[in-house]
Design a protein around this ligand. Sequence first.
Ligand code: NAD
Length: 355
Amino acid sequence: MNDRHLDRFRYRIRLIVCLPISYSGQEGKRSKARDYRSPEVNPMAVYVVTGGAGFIGSHIVEELLRRKQTVKVIDNFSTGKRENLKPFIGKVETVEADIAESLALGEYLRGADYVIHQAAIPSVPKSILDPVKSHRANVDGTLQLLLACREAGVRRVVYASSSSLYGDSPALPKHEVMLPNPLSPYGAQKLFGEIYCQVFTKAYGLETVSLRYFNVFGPRQDATSQYSGVLALFIPAILKGHRPTVYGDGLQSRDFTYVQNVVEANLLACTTSGVAGDVFNIACGDCITVNSMLQQINKITGNDIAPIYTDPRRGDIKHSMADITKAREKLGYNPLVSFEEGLRRTIEWYRNNIS
Ligand SMILES: NC(=O)c1ccc[n+]([C@@H]2O[C@H](COP(=O)([O-])OP(=O)(O)OC[C@H]3O[C@@H](n4cnc5c(N)ncnc54)[C@H](O)[C@@H]3O)[C@@H](O)[C@H]2O)c1
C-alpha cells in the first residue's frame, strides 16, 4: 500500500467511525424517476462537494448518500444554509472554510476521489454590484481549489459553470462551441473558471469536467433574497397571493432545469471516461418564457395572479436555450424530470416549507 492508498484508507476509517447508519434519501422513497438509475456511482468512492450547504450542492450530497458514497462538504455558509445539511448530520463530514483563502484546503481534500465544485457567489446582480468580491469566490476560489486538488491527487474535478457565459448572442440553441460573450462579471468569472479547469487538465493532467447549467430550480432554492432565482421568487409570491415582479416584458425565455437533472449530470461527469477537459451544456433543451412559466404556476396553485412588469435588469440575457446533444452522447445524460413535473415538485416543497 503506498502513502496515498494508506491516507485514503485512514480517511475512510475516520468517516466510518462517524457514519453509524447508512442514509436513505427521503426523495428516493417518493420519486419514481430515481428508479431508472444505477444504485451506485462508484463503490466506496470519496466525494468532496464544495458549496454543499447550498441549493444544488445539498441535492448532490443527498443523492451521493442515497447511493452510499462517502461525502464531505466544504462551505463557508455565505449563502449556504446549515438547515440544508440538517438531514445528513452524522453522515457527512462538514468543514466550514472559504475556498479562496483556506491554507488547509489540501488537508480537507486528502483521500478525495472526486471533487464536485459548486461553491461560488452565483448571482449576476451581485457580481455587477461588487465584481471584486464575486471574483474572489468564483475565480480565486476555483484556482485555489484546483491547486489543492492537484496536490491531493484528486481523480477528477467537476465544475459548476453557467449558461450566463454565452451572453446575449441571438443564436439558439446554445452549442458548447459557440464563442462566449458574457454580459456580466459573473458570466466572465464562470468562463475563467472553465478555462482554469481546462488548463489544469492540459498543463498538470488533473482531470476536470465543466458543466454549464441553465437556470436550475427545485426545492431548497433560497427564496428570501432579492437575488434569488426567478422560480424561487415567483412560487412563494404566488402561494402567498402576492404579485411577482417581472423585469422586462416577460417574453424572455429560459431553459429551466430541475435540480435532479443537474445532480445526475454531475455524477455522470465524475465517472464517465474520455471526457477530461471537456465542457457540457446541462439543461432540458426547452425554451419557456417567463410569462408562460407564471401561467403554469398559477394553474398548478389554482391562482390567477398577474405580475407587475418593470424595466429589464442590466446584465440579464433575453433568451437562453441549450443544445444538450453533446451531454447526451458523451455523458449519457438525459433529463429525467421534465419542467412541468419539476415545477409540481417544487411548488409542493414551497407549500410545505414557507411561512
Ligand atoms: N442555480 C442556478 O440556476 C445556477 C445556474 C448556473 C450555474 N450555477 C452554479 O451552480 C453552483 C451552485 O449554485 P447554487 O444555486 O446552489 O447557489 P448557492 O448560493 O445555493 O450555493 C453556493 C454555495 O457555495 C458556498 N460558497 C460561496 N462562496 C464560497 C467560498 N468562498 N468558500 C466556500 N463556500 C462558498 C455558499 O455558502 C453556498 O453554500 C454555483 O457555482 C453557481 O455558479 C447555478
